[in-house]
Design a protein. Structure first.
Length: 252
């Protein structure tokens, strides 16, 4: 029965994914920013339900009206959908590898994603400039400071480079804590996307999850004006660790 349920979920996800692709390709060109954001929120919320994930939110995103940088811990490729279900206007910084993912790439393009070429050492500087321009324009940008996914049991070291965009524009940085749990574990193994796990394997594991809950906690923003980026990264990591109940050793 569990396998049949997972297959049914995947079928629903494929249909919903194709519907999202149609919206991006056909509807987005005629919509304003508010219209696009409304559909991103709807699509993300429904995709989470399709795959069997309940969303619980604590706290609130920073008030609209000015630029904001969200710093989120990273667990799964589903993290972007979880955040977009609450903050559809967020523009994520993502690794350029996502461009090669079928279907997903067109969807994340439609959400205004900023891509980072990790293999190019100077590309981070370009992305920081693009982020700063977005923040000055009053947009919301979201980053995963860990740079890659973790199992969710702990936090990886936070990279500070991209935080420079917030410091340069004196933009508040809001830490956001994310955890997936299920009926068996406080930290769901079904949602792990680490090591050699492929996207298809992760999709199957996620669909097989039982009673999965995504808990998203918006914490008080940190002032970035004049901050040292490494110290800011350490504070953000400590904030998220405390919200998740994770005792973190100091970073090297």
């Amino acid at each position: 029965m569990r396998r049949l349920r997972a297959i049914a979920r995947l079928c629903h996800c494929v249909v919903h994914g194709l519907q999202g692709l149609w919206i991006v390709l056909v509807r987005f060109p005629s919509l304003d920013a508010a219209g696009r954001q409304a559909r991103i929120r709807w699509w993300s919320q429904k995709m989470l339900r399709r795959i069997g994930i309940e969303l619980r939110v604590e706290g609130r995103p920073a008030a609209a009206g000015g630029g904001s940088l969200l710093a989120v811990n990273h667990i799964s490729w589903l993290d972007i959908m979880v955040v977009h279900a609450v903050v559809p206007e967020a523009r994520f910084v993502s690794k350029a590898d996502v461009k090669a993912w079928p279907l997903v790439s067109r969807l994340v393009d439609g959400a205004g994603t900023l891509y980072l070429e990790r293999e190019r050492k100077r590309d981070a500087l370009r992305v920081v400039h693009d982020m700063a321009a977005a923040l000055r324009a009053g947009q919301t940008v979201a980053v995963f400071p860990e740079g890659t996914t973790s199992t969710g049991h702990g936090l990886l070291p936070f990279h500070a480079n991209l935080l420079q965009a917030a410091i340069a524009t004196a933009t508040p940085v809001q830490p956001v804590a994310l955890r997936f749990s299920d009926s068996s574990d406080a930290v769901s193994e079904a949602m792990e996307f680490v090591g050699a796990t492929t996207l298809l394997q992760s999709l199957w594991q996620s669909a097989c999850g039982d009673g999965v809950v995504a808990r998203l906690v918006f914490l008080p923003p940190r002032d970035s004006a004049g901050a040292d980026r490494r110290e800011l990264a350490a504070r953000l990591r400590a904030d998220i660790g405390a919200a998740l109940g994770i005792a973190q050793p100091p970073e090297a």
